[in-house]
Design a binder for this molecule. Structure first.
Ligand SMILES: *Cc1c(COP(=O)(O)O)cnc(C)c1O
Length: 402
């Protein structure tokens, strides 16, 4: 019987009921050595592990807590196998290195999470793996696929400006050429979008963000449906020796239980803030796919069941120095990397990273907010005081322009 997604989140990967001493949560099972009754049993498990089965002959392969988290994440994404990684970026590199060999080519969306470019410029380039970037809104994907293209790597909505991609269309083109499609699904956290149901082959999560939800965990996951792909990723995962602690697996499982309610509240708060920003005289564009004015709104409505707390906006009359002053003047927003925790965050989107996005070629500064679970009225009041100072400071500049 298939339940609603919210019900699945609560029950996925929970331990079997044991009269009198069954805990509600799978306990933290920590170990290095796994012991066996005799040599035959040990050999059997080792052989099964080598075939890519989900069994453990050693602590590095993970124990009960890891298995439960794998089940929960695979269920969330609608996949058959989930592989855990020590960070979101490690899950991304695992995917590239599991699929690509020297001489292969990958096409990557130009609005991709910036550290993926560094992975390409350093490690992938040295290994003779070619990467080119494309603009989903301007380029004809068909024409960019080469005979040696093996991977189409996407992210939707993308980093900083949240460009929503037409995943089914891109998948259709890639599959026509026999190209595997992977997408970074961190924005939707496996909850607001199931890429595998849209035909994507590999879904990647930075569990560091909303799955953790409490800014106290680094973790990633790679989820697949297809057996052959699972085997390929299992081999690379095993070879790299990627292991996460059982304590961290436990924290991620705990986060998953409240993912749906947290995301719904992040979305409500973020929408209120986005509407406030949209009406403000100092603000140019507001980037938030759940906002009807966002260019990705129609695609978001079609494919997604929800949004999150990420809102970016531009300041057409300010320069980067004024944007930095605004950021520094906020009292409820922490300044720092990452997002997905319960608290609000802010940063000026690095201009050199925005320049790589063909989606938007503005010269004005962009500020990225993560809207947390505070009362939105307080966040809006904080932004209002910061923006008022920015407007005042930029009045002479606007007069000069007029
Ligand atoms: C944060 C992030 C990652 C990387 O996750 P880490 O756990 O920080 O390595 C990957 N993709 C996206 C879209 C992210 O926002």
């Amino acid at each position: 019987m298939s339940h609603h997604r919210d019900t699945q989140l609560i029950h996925a990967g929970t331990p079997p009921f044991v009269q009198g001493h069954g805990p509600v949560n799978v306990p933290v099972v920590r170990t290095s050595t796994v012991r066996f009754e005799n040599s035959d049993a040990y050999d059997d498990i080792r052989a099964r592990h080598a075939r890519g089965e989900r069994v453990s002959s050693y602590g590095r392969h993970g124990m009960d807590t890891h298995r439960a988290l794998e089940d929960a994440i695979a269920g969330l994404e609608g996949g058959n196998r989930a592989f855990l990684a020590p960070s979101g970026l490690a899950a991304i590199s695992l995917t590239f290195l599991a699929l690509l060999s020297p001489g292969d080519h990958a096409l990557v969306v130009d609005s991709v999470y910036a550290p993926v470019r560094r992975l390409e410029q350093t490690l992938l380039r040295r290994l003779g793996i070619e990467v080119s970037y494309f603009s989903p809104s301007q380029d004809d994907l068909d024409a960019l696929i080469r005979p040696n293209t093996r991977l189409l790597y996407l992210e939707s909505p993308s980093s900083l400006l949240y460009e929503v991609l037409d995943l089914p269309r891109l998948v259709q083109i890639a599959h026509r050429h026999g190209v595997v499609v992977a997408t970074d699904n961190t924005w939707a956290s496996g909850h607001a979008l199931q890429p595998l149901a849209l035909g994507v082959d590999i879904s990647i999560l930075a569990s560091t963000k909303y799955i953790s939800g409490h800014s106290d965990l680094m973790q990633g996951a790679v989820v697949v449906k297809d057996e052959a792909l699972a085997r390929r990723i299992a081999d690379a995962h095993d070879g790299f020796g990627l292991a996460i602690s059982a304590d961290d697996a436990y924290l991620a499982l705990r986060g998953i239980r409240t993912l749906a309610v947290r995301l719904a509240q992040h979305q409500r708060n973020a929408l209120a803030v986005a509407q406030f920003l949209e009406a403000h005289e100092a603000v140019g564009r507001v980037f938030y796919p759940a906002l009807p004015s966002d260019p990705g709104h129609a695609l978001w409505l079609r494919d997604f069941s929800g949004a999150n707390g990420l809102v970016s906006f531009s300041l057409p009359t300010a320069d980067v120095a004024a944007a930095r002053k605004l950021v520094d003047s906020l009292s409820l927003f922490g300044l720092g990397a990452s997002w997905g925790g319960y608290e609000s965050l802010v940063q000026v989107a690095a201009p050199e990273r925005l320049a790589e996005h063909s989606y938007w070629r503005g010269a004005e500064p962009v500020i990225r907010l993560h809207i947390g679970l505070e009362a939105p009225e307080d966040l809006i009041a904080d932004l209002a005081q910061g923006l008022a100072a920015t407007v005042q400071a930029s009045v002479p500049q606007r007069r000069a322009a007029a």
